[in-house]
Design a protein around this ligand. Structure first.
Ligand code: FE2
Length: 346
């Protein structure tokens, strides 16, 4: 349930149940942001009298229980995906029961936990050795959330989950020594890796139970709307919504994960990429929905700044999402005011 509450009566830790706009209709704070004293003060300064929050607040014990349940499912899904990939690599067929099990296990968390619990779960379990399996499950979760934020139907949300965790299934047919190589790939090796969407499509095509939209998303997840993708460099009109969702989820998770050959980037670096050089590669509607929702989960996060000092993100202006307001050593400032950058999320 949600309830309208006077801003002056808000408590730190209340979670917004709706976006907050100023009198000109400009979004000030996003839905699902946890309220803190800085946000209360700014809303009052801007003449905002009331906001919508969740009521009753989720009890810590219930939330903790749901989070434990989510983490245990998440870890189990990683093992199932690992099993599926090993079976395919050894020449077995796709196990459709495992596909259904992972889909249902992820889907049941759609309304059961907060989206920021899903983010915490993903961010706390990152292990570059198991990257391929973690990545598949993470892309499924991100794709589910994007489909939900874009108000797609339940059936489409389930398809987004399946497209997400199956998107790289074709890598089962690429030798591990090529996939895990930490030195630069040769042209031949890179060309081999670039075939994984086609291998994935054929693996799924062998099964009668996989929907055509999911097969298309797997086949086309490296295509880009400006025709710079692979394997076909097709035009935007042929790239469906599921593919557009999965490609953003795929790139975001890859950028923000440690790999054997690179350290992870911050979410802000990934947002910046989507909003600058990446804005011609990806669907702008999908990326703007993704970035604006994802940014709301970062309020309250501790960060390491480029000057070596630590701080906390207290506010992310929706119209300036790359320049969060930081509290550091008792001082509040917008990160661009001081010419700083966020070096690391702590
Ligand atoms: Fe891929």
């Amino acid at each position: 349930m949600t309830v309208d509450i006077q801003v002056c009566d808000c408590s730190e830790g209340d979670i917004l149940a709706a976006d907050v706009f100023n009198h000109e209709g400009v979004k000030l704070v996003g839905c699902n942001t946890m309220i803190n004293s800085f946000i209360i003060e700014k809303l009052l300064e801007m003449g905002i009298e009331s906001v919508q929050v969740y009521d009753p607040p989720i009890k810590a014990s219930t939330r903790e229980y749901k989070l434990k349940y989510l983490i245990s499912d998440y870890k189990e899904n990683i093992l199932i995906v690992k099993d599926m990939i090993h079976e395919l690599a050894s020449g077995k067929k796709l196990d459709i029961n495992k596909v259904s099990k992972v889909t249902d296990s992820i889907f049941k968390h759609l309304n059961d936990v907060n989206s920021d619990d899903i983010m915490n779960c993903i961010n706390n379990i990152k292990n570059s050795d198991e990257y391929t399996y973690l990545h598949s499950v993470n892309v499924a979760f991100y794709s589910m959330l994007m489909a939900k934020w874009m108000n797609l139907t339940e059936n489409e949300i389930k398809k987004a989950i399946q497209s997400g965790f199956l998107h790289d299934i074709g890598k089962a047919k690429v030798p591990l020594k090529v996939l895990n190589k930490s030195t630069p790939l040769t042209k031949e090796e890179f060309n081999l890796i670039k075939k994984h969407p086609i291998y994935g499509y054929y693996i799924l095509n062998d099964s009668n139970f996989i929907d055509i939209d999911i097969k298309r998303a797997v086949l086309l997840h490296h295509e880009r709307v400006n025709r710079t993708g692979y394997p076909f460099s097709i035009s935007a009109g042929k790239i469906g919504i599921l593919t557009r969702i999965v490609s953003v989820a795929d790139v975001y998770d890859a950028m923000t994960s440690d790999r054997v050959y690179k350290k992870k980037a911050t979410p802000f670096a990934a947002f910046e990429m989507f909003m600058t050089e990446g804005c011609t590669d990806f669907d702008t509607y999908v990326t703007s929905e993704f970035v604006s929702h994802m940014a709301t989960f970062l309020t309250g996060t501790d960060v390491l700044l480029s000057n070596g000092e630590k701080g906390k993100i207290v506010y992310i202006p929706p119209h300036k999402m790359l320049q969060p307001v930081i509290c550091s050593n008792g001082d509040y400032f917008s990160i661009d005011e001081k010419g700083l950058a966020i070096k690391e999320m702590l």
